[in-house]
Design a protein around this ligand. Structure first.
Ligand code: UT7
Length: 329
């Protein structure tokens, strides 16, 4: 029997309708469209505005689209892994809430927190379940309602983030297609540059923490930028090298969308021209765990069976990594 690989067999996505443009932000903080576009590549992002709606409300429709496309029922899903830093609640896991919302009554689920690298970490975890033969239908969803932890009085961060979700179905493949290799890394000494100060066990929520605006994403942009440029480019190059590939063998780079300049640096290092790089940061901003599957969702119709894709990310933790995929359909 051939070795079982884990292949993505369908992609779904969901973005809320409300747009927050650079011009809207100009009215909220001391910023301008030109600065945001040239420093980040972002023009607008989507915001989940409706009261009472949470990350699970982004994740559920993305998964329902996957099921519709693949023609399977929610009851057939065996596992849901939700990559997120904006869980509906500290507990239970958002994956469980999503499972309930879509009727995935036979699935177990859990959340995985690896910030902007969350989708790659979750994809690699889901793939291992499939490769071992233990499960045959695993959903990996990246979902983040970043607007819930964004301080709209802080121009350093509020221009960066947006809300979105996208999901993939992983199934066994016997043609050798799907996930080929993954290189994942983390370094907790980077935590000081990108984190949320309060709301965890280190500093539980209090009147003081709220007044000090400590329940929002905090980032030292320049420091993160330096690590991100190097980390994402290095790990992508290392992945190519250990698979004896060059940029010429790669059909698509699917990068985490934090900053267009980081994406360009990674593509240059891999020797890839811009037409081989999926970029939608201008319309969605940084949607944390959702950026990479959101690209797959938007580019799905352009992908061909056998295409080599490199997915690459860098984010809070620090966490970073790259995954090589041979597209399966
Ligand atoms: O996804 C997770 C990982 N995160 C990342 O990969 C993000 C990495 N970092 C970045 O993408 C960039 O550092 C930022 C986009 C966050 C910032 O860009 P930068 O080129 O590093 O700008 P900076 O922080 O060095 O700030 C340059 C100047 C400062 O003014 P002075 O001190 O030079 O007068 C800032 O105060 O730009 C100012 N500034 C702004 N001006 C207008 C910062 N934010 C804004 C703003 N509008 N929104």
């Amino acid at each position: 029997m051939n070795k079982i690989t884990a292949a993505i067999t369908a992609v779904g996505g969901y973005v809320p309708e409300t747009k927050l443009t650079n011009f809207d932000l100009e009215k909220m903080v001391d910023t301008n469209d030109e600065w945001i576009r040239t420093r980040t590549g972002i023009s607008e992002r989507r915001i989940l505005k409706e009261p009472g709606k949470a990350t699970s409300d982004l994740g559920a429709p993305a998964i329902l689209e996957v099921l519709r496309k693949r023609g399977i029922s929610a009851a057939e899903i065996e596992c849901i892994i939700c990559a997120t830093v904006t869980a509906d609640m500290v507990f239970p896991a958002t994956a469980n809430i999503i499972a309930d919302k879509i009727g995935a009554t036979n699935a177990f689920g859990f959340d995985l927190n690896a910030a902007c690298s969350g989708f790659l970490f979750a994809l690699t975890t889901g793939a291992a379940y499939i490769e071992s033969g233990r499960y045959k239908k695993v959903i990996v969803v990246g979902a983040d309602k970043m607007s819930a932890i964004t301080d709209y009085t802080d121009r350093n961060t509020c221009v960066l983030f947006g809300d979105a979700s996208a999901a993939v179905l992983l199934e066994p493949n016997e043609e050798g297609l799907g996930i080929q290799d993954s290189l994942l890394k983390s370094d907790g000494s980077g935590a000081k540059f990108l984190h949320m100060k309060a709301g965890g066990s280190l500093k539980p929520a209090s009147v003081e923490s709220v007044l000090a605006r400590e329940h929002y994403a905090y980032q030292e942009g320049q420091s993160v930028f330096k690590f991100a440029v190097k980390g994402m480019a290095d790990v992508s190059a290392e992945l190519l090298e250990r698979n004896q590939l060059t940029g010429d063998d790669i059909s698509w780079l699917v990068p985490h969308q934090a900053n267009l300049r980081i994406v360009d640096a990674t593509a240059n290092r891999m020797g890839l021209s811009k037409d081989k790089v999926m970029i939608n940061i201008e319309r969605y901003g940084n949607t944390t765990a959702a950026t990479i599957p959101l690209c797959l969702w938007e580019w799905e119709s352009k992908l061909k069976k056998g295409d080599n894709l490199v997915l690459a990310a860098f984010g809070g933790g620090f966490t970073w990594g790259a995954t090589l995929i041979k597209w399966a359909y």
